[in-house]
Design a protein around this ligand. Structure first.
Ligand code: ZN
Length: 675
């Protein structure tokens, strides 16, 4: 597995100096509830785009929002029903809106919106409602019949008896993505990618049978299907126009077709056509053809992702959760990534990896910085800050990949973090803080660039090695590989020579942040007593804990106590870099050789277990700061302006909508699937 969502941890919290122009009037903060802060992002330079580009962004945004229900349904088979029901209770409620039950209900609804379902977007644990079952039952019974999401033959009683345990019983559908390999990961996952009664062994046997290990251009089996049991056999229900999710896909196709009409060039028209064909047929060969055309179009300014892409929601890592990103190129900032990717071969040749595992020729690592214009599906409200697609290994090897950094999103995170007290609490001393204030923004951006443009694209498998050989550890090890590549090169004089950094000590800001995050502060996202499960978090702890463990003699990195508090102390940055290079070489070997055993050993030893005492301390220190561990975004509203003939003459953006209104509007305007 290869795909990348750079989930933000530290950039969400640390205060950094933004080099960009600060818009003092823009209000980044939107809402706060549970462990979440909702922000809005700016769309700089939208007004400078041509009318056709604006139209294209508008149509693509409509296509993006049309898929919302797909993600909800993939995340859980009752999610659409529950959303409909909760929203109607919310809108119909005539009691005391300051009552404890209503407040708790409102919080729960906001959480469900954020999770695109009843599970947490990140931990995938089911939300715990803090309102009473009685409150819920009373509200459901008070709804007029036409406001109830009843399926054929369903009554209010049967609806309640179905949904009450799903919402209230912590044992029922407890986890969306269950990844502890000691039990059947499909049976124990609450997501809706597999139907009732389907087992892990059956799915694995099914794909083992149809996969051809020798195929040099293998399709991404299972990417666009739900597996169900029919007459005792597992079969795939494909997502396409006349298949599963057809009504939503029809709307997506409509808007993609509109976008095609204003495409910037032939190459872009071609890949949109191919994407539409794929949506019509569900044929994964067409998806690969689309992916190649898409990866090879580096000319267009407006760009987008729309489809079943990332497979983090599938415990077996095959089925893609629906998502969409709509964006346009940030030309000024793209100079940085173009410089880096223009030197891709140098980075590949000079990495500390065994030459057998290096690509003799790094192909088409295109990289750009983009301005996000619409986030949707699995990318909304929580989003990545960097994307590197397509995911199919053979396409990446033969045709290259496109790597993007979402700068306006990173900027919004940073702007919203000013003065939150994080640095003062967790960073060991004033000089380190100063260096981070001066250089963390740029080194963090560069880390993302290097991770996306070069890290994932680097290296090669030895002939005959199964790309899925690392199994359930594949994602975490792949993220570690890309992070290590980025960290190793952040300290390289080459970056000064290329002019993307101007101080040989700048990298220390990112090194310190990475160790602090991996060893301590990311634990803020873990509940007391729990292990680390999410792939990116495992990757970060793996790297940080391995480096710490291998610093015992040299004391390059240590954890020290000051006034009863634990701090990361880095005594020898060059030695830390050497260690990062050593681990990079080992993880590349593991990937290239498909050495499952060694990979699993690394993961089990360093990435999973949490130091309970340190965890408690971190949570305690965070609780005094009032920094929510997770953040996400609402989108601007696209408002077309029409002339008398009904032609669009301009499109403007409205940033005034709040979180609740946006969610209710999306449900009103983009309910594309039946419940
Ligand atoms: Zn990645």
């Amino acid at each position: 597995m290869k795909k990348c969502l750079m989930a933000m941890v530290l950039t969400q919290m640390l205060t950094m100096n933004v080099n960009a122009v600060e818009d003092k009037n823009f209000n980044y903060h939107v809402d706060n509830f549970a462990d979440i802060e909702v922000l809005r992002y700016e769309v700089p330079e939208f007004s400078d785009l041509s009318l056709n580009q604006k139209k294209m962004l508008y149509y693509l945004s409509q296509a993006a929002q049309s898929g919302r229900d797909i993600t909800w349904d993939q995340n859980g088979r009752y999610n659409l029903k529950i959303r409909h029901l909760l929203e109607n209770i919310y809108k119909n409620f005539s009691g005391d809106k300051n009552s404890k039950d209503f407040k708790a209900f409102e919080k729960y609804l906001k959480q469900v919106w954020f999770g695109n379902g009843i599970h947490h977007h990140y931990s995938s644990d089911k939300f715990t409602p803090e309102f009473s079952e009685e409150f819920f039952t009373t509200q459901v019974r008070a709804l007029p019949a036409e406001s109830l999401p009843l399926s054929n033959g369903e009554t209010v009683d049967s609806l309640l008896s179905t949904l009450t345990p799903v919402i209230f019983n912590p044992e029922v559908m407890a986890k969306r993505v269950f990844q502890d390999g000691t039990k059947d990961v499909i049976v124990n996952s609450a997501g809706n990618l597999y139907g009732e009664g389907v087992t892990q062994a059956e799915v694995e046997a099914y794909f083992d049978k149809i996969k051809n290990p020798g195929d040099p251009t293998p399709i991404s089996y299972g990417l666009n299907s739900r597996m169900v049991k029919e007459d005792g056999k597992v079969v795939e229900q494909h997502y396409h126009l006349n298949g599963l999710y057809g009504p939503a896909i029809a709307k997506i196709i409509y808007w993609l077709d509109m976008a095609k009409g204003v495409a910037e060039n032939e190459a872009q028209r071609n890949y949109i056509t191919k994407l539409i064909d794929y949506y019509i047929t569900g044929d994964l060969r067409l998806f690969d053809e689309y992916s190649i055309l898409w990866a090879e179009d580096t000319k267009s300014d407006v760009d987008f992702v729309n489809g079943f892409i990332e497979s983090y929601g599938d415990p077996l890592g095959m089925t893609g959760t629906w998502e969409s990103y709509v964006n346009f190129k940030n030309k000024k900032a793209s100079h940085r990534t173009e410089t880096i990717s223009g030197n891709a071969q140098w980075f590949e040749d000079n990495s500390p990896v065994d030459s057998r595992f290096k690509k003799p020729k790094v192909k088409g690592v295109s990289a750009k910085v983009i301005t996000a214009a619409m986030l949707a599906g699995d990318a909304f409200p929580s989003t990545a800050i960097g994307i590197n697609l397509p995911n199919a290994n053979w396409i990446r090897a033969a045709h290259g990949s496109k790597s993007v950094t979402l700068e306006n999103i990173t900027e919004a995170y940073d702007m919203a973090s000013h003065g939150n007290g994080f640095n003062e609490e967790f960073v060991i001393d004033a000089p380190t803080r100063k260096n981070m204030e001066d250089y963390l923004y740029i080194t963090d951006m560069l880390h993302t660039d290097l991770h996306e443009c070069l890290g994932h694209a680097s290296g090669q498998l030895l002939p005959g090695v199964d790309p899925d050989a690392l199994k359930e550890n594949g994602s975490a090890l792949e993220e570690a590989r890309a992070d290590l590549f980025a960290l190793y090169y952040l300290a390289d004089p080459k970056l000064l020579e290329l002019g993307v950094l101007d101080n040989p000590d700048a990298y220390k800001a990112e090194y310190y942040k990475y160790m602090l995050n991996g060893l301590m502060t990311q634990l803020n996202r873990i509940e007391p007593g729990k292990d680390i499960e999410e792939a990116h978090m495992r990757n970060r702890q793996l790297i940080a804990a391995w480096v710490l463990d291998h610093s015992k003699k040299s004391k390059a990195v240590e954890l020290v106590k000051k006034n009863g508090k634990t701090y990361v102390k880095i005594n020898n940055y060059p030695e830390m870099r050497r260690l990062l290079g050593e681990l990079l070489a080992e993880i590349q070997r593991i990937k290239s050789e498909g050495d499952y055993e060694a990979g699993n050993k690394l993961i089990q030893k360093y990435a999973v277990k949490v130091d309970q005492k340190l965890h408690k301390e971190v949570l305690n220190r965070f609780s005094k700061l009032n920094i929510p561990p997770y953040r996400g975004f609402i989108n601007p509203v696209y408002v077309p302006q029409y002339d008398e003939q009904g032609e669009i003459i301009d499109i403007t953006l409205d940033f005034s909508e709040n979180y609740v209104d946006q969610m209710l509007r999306l449900s009103r305007d983009f309910s594309t699937l039946p419940y």
